[in-house]
Ligand binder design. Structure first.
Ligand code: SAM
Length: 280
């Protein structure tokens, strides 16, 4: 699986701790003829650390179309090409999607090598009960757009995962508090896998005070995870009554759908509530 010549290998790399790289990733990077890197200088920290001397080529958000052509040409010439981003998994709030699409359109294989991603790393330790999550990436930098975006995500019955830059984390958390239900839980995961790693779990409403309490808490790289909306949000006593009656007679999905039609409540909220009732 590591030695298909005409394939683009999409390789996840560490998000802080250089030890977080898989054996397969190292073998693939060692065997690559060409490595497309978001930032070639940055990539050399990792490549030099592991004694990898392959040729590198920049592939970033401003040149991805042209760089993808180069990648395809290299594959046509029978070269083995790997793609890495500055940290974590390419294509996850990082360049890579266009290159994968171009390579596939040209008839070559794209082979993903799984590894670190900050979102999954944060979720793995968040300890939230939600089975589902939505990866929202970076929120818009402008306040109005940011609030609209959070509004649009509000009703989704899943935990929400955001990436955030240190200079915007306070504003972002303030807007999450302003728009979302206060009883949600906030997980601030900063500097994951690094020396000052911190994972703090708190009621969402306490987020701004937690950040304000210590300047160090606003430093570094952040993943923010907000738990799913409370299942009964927006459900009136009447909606609950109708849902329970239907659940006694019908399968869960059908009961939630019918209850939504009868009561006008949100189908997602009813579905979540039905799941909760069924789980006991
Ligand atoms: N492709 C990467 C991945 O798979 O996670 C994400 C790249 S994105 C440009 C960079 C953002 O990811 C940072 O601004 C931060 O929000 C998050 N991030 C990356 N490394 C992190 C870390 N060690 N701890 C917390 N968040 C991190």
């Amino acid at each position: 699986m590591n030695d298909i010549p005409n394939a683009l290998y999409v390789v996840a790399t560490p998000i802080g701790n250089l030890g977080d790289i898989t054996q397969r990733a190292l073998e693939t990077l060692r065997g690559a003829d060409l490595i497309a890197c978001e930032d070639t200088r940055h990539a050399h920290t990792l490549l030099d650390h592991h004694g990898i001397r392959a040729q590198t080529v920049p592939l970033h958000e401003h040149n991805e179309a042209a760089a993808s052509v180069r990648v395809v040409e290299a594959l046509r010439a029978g070269r083995k090409v790997a793609l890495i981003s500055d940290a974590g998994t390419p294509g996850i709030s990082d360049p890579g999607a266009r290159a994968c699409a171009a390579v596939r359109a040209a008839g070559f294989r794209v082979v993903p090598l799984p590894g670190p991603s900050a979102a999954i790393t944060a979720l793995s330790a968040a300890g939230l009960p939600d089975a589902r999550f939505l990866f929202a990436g970076f929120l818009p930098p402008k306040p109005t757009a940011r609030r609209h975006e959070i509004e649009a995500l509000k009703g989704i019955p899943a935990a929400l995962v955001f990436y955030e830059a240190p200079h915007r984390v306070e504003e972002a958390v303030a807007d999450l508090v302003a728009v979302l239900e206060p009883e949600r839980t906030l997980v601030v995961a900063r500097e994951l896998t690094k020396l000052f790693e911190q994972i703090a779990v708190m009621p969402l409403a306490e987020g701004p005070a937690w950040l304000a309490a210590d300047e160090n808490r606003k430093r570094g790289e952040f993943v923010l995870v907000v738990s799913a909306p409370p299942p009964s949000v927006g459900l009136s006593a009447e909606s609950e009554r109708v849902l329970k009656a239907l659940l006694a007679e019908l399968p869960l999905k059908q009961a939630a759908k019918l209850a939504a039609e009868i009561t006008g409540s949100a189908k997602n909220a009813l579905y979540e509530r039905a799941l909760q009732l069924k789980d006991g």
